[in-house]
Design a protein around this ligand. Structure first.
Ligand SMILES: NC(=O)c1ccc[n+]([C@@H]2O[C@H](COP(=O)([O-])OP(=O)(O)OC[C@H]3O[C@@H](n4cnc5c(N)ncnc54)[C@H](O)[C@@H]3O)[C@@H](O)[C@H]2O)c1
Length: 370
C-alpha cells in the first residue's frame, strides 16, 4: 500500500520530469540510453510493462488519477483572511510560567531585557510575548489592534501574578498601536516604547497574515498589503530596532517569524505570494545577520509549520477537509500548538544562542524534511 509521503515523492518526481518527458518523446529512440550499459528497447512489446506508466515514459494520468494528488495546489481552495470581528481573541497560556526548582541554564534567562513583539495582541505573537515575560523580560506588545493588545498585556500580567504569588518583581507589559507596514507608524511606536521602557534589547516580528488565492486571480492591492505587512513590516521594525541598538552600542537579538512556507510550497491551498513573502523574511534574517554581526546584533528566523491559532481554527472551520490533508503531510502527524514556539523564541532571544545568527529554526513537526 502507498503511504501518502511515498505517493508525494513519486508524484513530485513525475511532475518534475513531465516537461522533459514531452521533450524526450520527440527524440529518436536511438539517442536514449537506459541506466544499464545494455541498449534500451523501445519496441511496443516492452512498452507499458512494469512501472513505465508511472515514469516520464507514460502520459499524464496513465498510471491512475492519483498522479500528483498530494503534491499539487488546488485553485478551488480559496481562504480569505477573516474580518477582525470574526476572529476570537487569544488567551494567555496557563500553567507554563511561575517559579520552579528545576535546574536549567541561566543563559536562557531574559531578566533585565526589554522585548518588543509585533503582532503580539494574539496568536503566535501573544504566546511568544508570554514566553519572554516568563523568562524575565519586560515586553512591549505592538499591534494594529491596540485594544486587543492592551487586553492581552493586562492578561499577561494577571497570569504572571497568579502563577507567581508574592512576587515582588511584576513585569512591565505595555501595549502600543502600530501599522508595521508604515515607516512613520513604526518609528512613532518605537519612540513611545523607548520612552516608557527606556530601551529595547529584543525584537520578535510576528505581525503577518496569509491569504489563499490562486496567483492569477489574486488582486494586486491585496498582494501589496500582504507583502507590505509580512515583508516591509518585518524589515521596517528590524531596522528601527537595530538603529536604536547601534546608537546605544548595545548587543541585541531579532527573531523574525517566517514560515515553513518560505521553504516549501503548501498544498492544496494556493498561496504563492505568502510563500514568497516568507522566503523573503527567511533570507532577510540571514542577510541582516551578516550585515549587523559587527554590532553584536543577532538576527534569526523561526519558521513555524501549521500551528493551531484562532486564525488557523477559523480557516479549518471554513474548510473542514483541510485538517486531514494537512496532518497527512506532517511526519509527526499533528499540528503544533502556539506554545510549542515558547522554547524556540526564548532560546533565540537569549544568550543561550549567543553564537547562533542567520539561522532558520523550523518548528514544523518535520514537514519540511519530506
Ligand atoms: N498560525 C500558523 O499556523 C502560522 C504558521 C507559520 C507562520 N505563521 C506566521 O506567524 C505570524 C503570526 O501568525 P498568527 O497565526 O499568530 O496570526 P494572527 O492573525 O493570530 O496574529 C497576527 C497579529 O498581527 C497583527 N497585525 C496584522 N497586521 C498588522 C499590521 N499591519 N501591523 C501590526 N500588526 C498587525 C494582527 O492584529 C494580529 O494581532 C504571521 O507572520 C504568520 O504568517 C503562522
Amino acid at each position: 500500500m502507498f503511504k501518502p509521503q511515498m505517493l508525494r515523492q513519486v508524484a513530485r518526481a513525475a511532475q518534475l520530469q513531465a516537461p522533459r518527458a514531452a521533450f524526450r518523446s520527440r527524440q529518436p529512440a536511438a539517442s536514449i540510453r537506459s541506466f544499464s550499459s545494455a541498449p534500451c528497447r523501445f519496441d511496443k512489446e516492452y512498452q507499458g510493462e512494469d512501472h513505465d506508466a508511472a515514469t516520464t515514459a507514460g502520459t499524464p494520468g496513465e498510471s491512475g488519477d492519483h498522479e500528483g494528488q498530494f503534491a499539487r495546489t488546488d485553485k478551488t481552495v480559496i481562504v480569505e483572511y477573516p474580518e477582525e470581528k470574526d476572529l476570537p481573541p487569544s488567551q494567555p497560556i496557563q500553567g507554563r510560567g511561575g517559579f520552579h526548582f528545576k535546574r536549567t541554564l541561566a543563559s536562557f534567562s531574559l531578566e533585565g531585557r526589554v522585548g518588543v513583539v509585533t503582532g503580539g495582541a494574539r496568536g503566535l505573537g501573544l504566546v511568544m510575548a508570554q514566553a519572554l515575560v516568563i523568562s524575565g523580560a519586560d515586553v512591549a506588545i505592538v499591534d494594529m489592534n491596540k485594544e486587543e493588545a492592551q487586553r492581552s498585556a493586562d492578561g499577561l500580567i494577571e497570569i504572571y501574578k497568579a502563577e507567581n504569588p508574592g512576587s515582588e518583581q511584576i513585569p512591565n507589559v505595555t501595549a502600543h498601536f502600530c501599522d508595521v507596514s508604515s515607516p512613520t507608524s513604526v518609528n512613532q511606536s518605537l519612540a513611545e516604547i523607548i520612552k516608557v521602557h527606556g530601551k529595547v534589547d529584543n525584537l520578535v516580528t510576528s505581525a503577518g497574515f496569509t491569504e489563499n488565492y490562486d496567483a492569477i486571480t489574486y488582486p494586486h492591492d491585496r498582494l501589496q498589503k500582504l507583502w507590505g505587512v509580512n515583508v516591509d513590516g518585518t524589515y521596517l521594525y528590524a531596522i528601527a530596532v537595530a538603529k536604536h541598538l547601534m546608537e546605544r552600542e548595545a548587543p541585541g537579538s531579532v527573531v523574525m517569524i517566517g514560515s515553513m512556507s518560505g521553504s516549501i510550497v503548501n498544498v492544496p491551498q494556493p498561496q504563492a505570494p505568502y510563500n514568497a513573502a516568507k522566503a523573503a523574511v527567511r533570507h532577510l534574517a540571514a542577510s541582516l545577520a551578516v550585515e549587523w554581526a559587527h554590532a553584536g546584533i543577532r538576527v534569526n528566523c523561526i519558521s513555524p509549520g501549521y500551528m493551531l491559532t484562532a486564525l488557523t481554527k477559523k480557516i479549518l472551520d471554513d474548510n473542514p477537509e483541510l485538517q486531514k490533508k494537512w496532518t497527512s503531510l506532517i511526519p509527526v502527524g499533528k499540528m503544533g500548538r502556539p506554545e510549542d514556539l515558547m522554547g524556540a523564541v526564548t532560546f533565540l532571544s537569549s544568550d543561550a544562542s549567543l553564537y547562533v545568527t542567520g539561522a532558520d529554526l523550523r518548528v514544523d513537526g518535520a514537514y519540511t524534511c519530506t
